[in-house]
Design a protein around this ligand. Structure first.
Ligand code: FAD
Length: 392
């Protein structure tokens, strides 16, 4: 029974984790918060924010020691939470940097790991991962992009949508299908240099949330890559993607916790200075109880996220990790949506105006419920674990 995991998890952060929290909280307040609204409104990628995160060494947090990292998923969650609390888009820079890393770590050859992981850890290299196609997002095996073995390498053809960070990535890990008996065995990932002939990046998506990091369609027309460009072994792509997603889920859930906490910060400040019926809005019992519920839900989500990240740090993987990863992602990001929506309510009409920051939290939270495996798909994983069914 997966609930009865023997993992002992301490929720008292150790000195290293507290040091990360202090550092990132300080940087977030002093250097990031004042930029958040502009990044959202202009929907521009900010290189100086990327440079700031690189300078203070945040990209290294979840990478294993042998690749120049710190091997700490929980510390990475804490860092992302503190940034997202003030600026979703700056926290998202960490998440994007960590997206291809999980797949390379999980399935890459030793040469591929040596080639890509140190650069991703120190921020001198950027990558993107492109799986989603117009006819299939959740259904990974439903992709139509093909990889054909030819001339000592592979030739890729097809099209993708929603590839985040494609325009600034040095390489894109593209998911494509080759031969194989089972649908899932046909799925593989290929390293494609952004400037490879035949790879075209389409027009930028105009997004409701997550506006500071661009997402694009990709078009692949006879894109040739050498034989060592396939990530790991033939036919293992599906497993690699799933494993990478499982270990990354607490990081995305931490984004939800950060959004929820940030929304509470703004709402708390607002209701204490806003007056109605001759008293502060924060003195109405209905408002006080809403705030209490918002914080309780956020703390519950935080506990689940920290617990799951601790499991990742203790090396727990596969079917033991999967339901926890799924619960933390769905609960963390559903909590972000619920709390941010309540925070907008507490602002009254000001919550609807773009003069105030709060509606940004709601828009960004909605994105989180959909990306990295929708929250319905997460529930399928949890239900399968409860019912003892194989993952689908
Ligand atoms: C801002 C943003 C950035 C993104 N970045 C990337 C990226 O960098 N790389 C990339 O590859 N993709 C990226 N995506 C795509 C994202 O991963 C997909 O949108 C997501 O996986 C859902 O796929 P879909 O949109 O095709 O929805 P669909 O799979 O078509 O689902 C539609 C609806 O049906 C539900 N549904 C589907 N199957 C089931 C089921 N079995 N049980 C219950 N409900 C189900 C879904 O939950 C959803 O509500 C990004 C998306 C966004 C919004």
């Amino acid at each position: 029974m997966f609930f009865l995991t023997g993992v002992v998890v301490s929720f008292i952060l150790n000195e290293d984790q507290l040091a990360v929290q202090d550092l990132v909280r300080c940087v977030a307040r002093e250097k990031v918060a004042s930029r958040a609204s502009d990044i959202d409104k202009t929907a521009q990628y900010r290189q100086d924010m990327f440079d700031l995160l690189r300078e203070i060494g945040l990209f290294t947090l979840p990478f294993p020691f042998e690749y120049g990292g710190m091997g700490r998923s929980l510390a990475a969650c804490i860092a992302i939470e503190e940034l997202v609390r003030v600026c979703y888009n700056t926290g998202y820079l960490l998440a994007v940097q960590w997206t291809p890393f999980g797949a390379i770590l999980s399935g890459g050859t030793p040469e591929q790991k040596d080639m890509y992981l140190p650069g991703l850890a120190n921020g001198t290299l950027r990558g993107a991962l492109s799986l989603t196609e117009s006819q299939s997002g959740s259904d990974v095996a439903g992709i139509l992009t093909t990889a054909e073995q030819k001339n000592g390498g592979f030739v890729l053809n097809g099209s993708k949508i929603w590839c985040t960070g494609a325009s600034i990535a040095d390489f894109i890990l593209i998911v494509a299908k080759t031969h194989g008996t089972q649908e899932r065995e046909k799925v593989n990932l290929y390293f494609v240099d952004r400037n490879t002939k035949g790879l075209q990046i389409g027009p930028k998506e105009d997004k409701m949330g997550a506006r500071g990091i661009p997402s694009y369609p990709l078009f692949l027309d006879e894109v040739f890559v050498p034989s060592n460009a396939r990530l790991g072994e033939e036919g293992k792509g599906f497993k690699i993607v799933m494993e990478a997603m499982n270990t990354a889920r607490p990081l995305h859930a931490a984004r939800g916790v950060g959004l929820a906490q940030g929304a509470i910060d703004h709402a708390t400040e607002f209701v204490q200075q806003r007056h109605a019926f001759g008293q502060k809005v924060s003195d109405f019992q209905g408002i006080r109880w809403m705030l209490a519920d918002m914080q309780t839900q956020t703390e519950a989500a935080r506990s689940l996220v920290y617990r799951t990240a601790s499991m990742v740090d203790q090396g727990i993987r596969g079917q033991e990790l999967a339901p926890f990863a799924a619960m933390s992602k769905s609960f963390g990001t559903d909590t972000a949506m619920k709390v941010a929506t309540d925070a907008v309510q507490l602002f009254g009409a000001a919550g609807i105006s773009s003069d105030y920051p709060i509606n940004r939290y709601m828009r960004d939270a909605k994105v989180l419920q959909i990306i990295e495996g929708t929250n319905q798909i997460q529930r399928n994983t949890v239900a399968n674990a409860i019912l003892g069914r194989p993952p689908r």
